[in-house]
Design a binder for this molecule. Structure first.
Ligand code: WQD
Length: 338
């Protein structure tokens, strides 16, 4: 079976590729490397002893992207391609709407033309907005989103649902990620954000490896157990396995289904800082700073639906997440740059 990963050289995509290769699937990656590295292909070959087929293409350029479908019999598409920085989306919203929606429309038009009936989408817990009680459940209301990035995810979910309603034989799975962290056990692939990391774990990793001086903790006056923000951190390998389970579900079902991919537990920023210090063998220097606008105090997933329907459950611990994140960062202090 052949699976196409749009944006498959990215953080989640590359780990999903590793799991798919290990499970015996043939993998095609379509990526323009706007936020990823070609080195990922060599690393995946080292991990899986099999190399994904690569198309270096902008997924939003439909005429160029069509080659992938014309030259291969594709059984399933996992759609990762898109910009994903919350802060950047506020600064350049039109770039986010243009890119993320065009990538999706081009992919769906080709999926339609070439009769691919299995489609997995990389969505995000950010679509739940700020008004839901925790833990978040898939049948809860969605929106309003607090940034253009989140709105693109919500708009794309709607586009997929409407497309699916018009095609009875189509099967779509929307995966709402909570907070992916960690890296492949080998330390060969991992999270490699461009510039100064926005997210907590890559920032802590850069401080631990000496690339950044100190972690700023955004707010210690939240109504949480220690005053710092609480999130549902999930190991990227568990997340990748969730995509394989979702693809298997899509093969045997029709219509659109939504699943949370999280652990169902929340950890605070201070707890993550402590866990990472244990993993790297020394305390991570930090200082408290004002709250970051748009941040919520606490959210985590209700994971019963994925557990019961997909037969999938996150198994790796916060200690595993920090161990593997540190292993990747310490072996690759400059990420994929040689
Ligand atoms: C986690 C916690 C911060 C950095 C975002 C997106 C979401 C998803 C995951 C794509 C919060 C605190 C962070 C720092 C800090 N991305 N923090 N200092 O904001 O929960 O979610 O990334 O799908 O869509 O919204 O993740 O890692 O940025 O923050 O104190 O330097 O760490 O305040 O409490 P977030 P995050």
């Amino acid at each position: 079976m052949t699976v196409l990963l749009t944006g498959g050289a990215g953080y989640i995509g590359s780990h999903t590729a590793a799991e798919l290769l290990a499970a015996g699937y043939d993998v095609i990656i379509a990526d323009n490397f706007s936020n990823s590295s070609p080195a990922v292909l060599d690393r995946l070959e080292q991990i899986a002893w099999k190399r994904p087929k690569l198309y270096n293409v902008d997924v939003s350029d439909k005429s160029a992207f069509e080659r992938v479908f014309a030259e291969n019999k594709i059984d399933s598409v996992i759609h990762f391609a898109g910009y994903k920085s919350v802060g950047e989306s506020v600064r350049v919203p039109l770039n986010y709407y243009r890119n993320n929606i065009d990538c999706t429309l081009a992919t769906l038009e080709l999926v339609d033309k070439y009769s691919v009936n299995s489609f997995i989408f990389s969505s995000s817990a950010t679509v739940y907005g700020a008004e839901n009680e925790v833990p978040y459940r898939e049948d809860m209301r969605v929106g309003p989103c607090s940034n253009p990035y989140g709105w693109t995810k919500l708009f794309i979910e709607q586009i997929i649902k409407d497309f699916s309603s018009a095609k009875p034989e189509f099967s779509a799975v929307l995966l709402r990620y909570f907070n992916p962290v960690g890296a492949h056990r080998s330390g060969l692939i991992g999270e490699d954000p461009r510039g100064i990391p926005n997210n907590l774990m890559p920032y802590i990793s850069k401080v631990a490896v000496g690339a950044l001086p100190v972690l700023k903790i955004f707010g210690n006056d939240y109504p949480t157990r220690d005053g710092t923000g609480v999130r549902d951190y999930i190991h990227v390998i568990d997340l990748a396995k969730g995509h394989v389970a979702a693809m298997r579900f899509a093969e045997n079902n029709r219509g659109t289904e939504v699943f949370n991919l999280g652990t169902g537990k929340g950890e605070s920023v201070l707890e993550m800082v402590g866990a990472f210090g244990n993993a790297c063998g020394r305390p991570v220097p930090y200082e408290f700073a004002p709250r970051r606008s748009g941040d919520l105090p606490e959210y985590y997933a209700d994971v019963r639906k994925a557990n019961e329907v997909l037969g999938w459950k996150a198994e790796l611990s916060v200690a595993d997440m920090c161990r593997d994140a540190w292993n990747w960062q310490s072996r690759n202090p400059n990420g994929y740059e040689e």
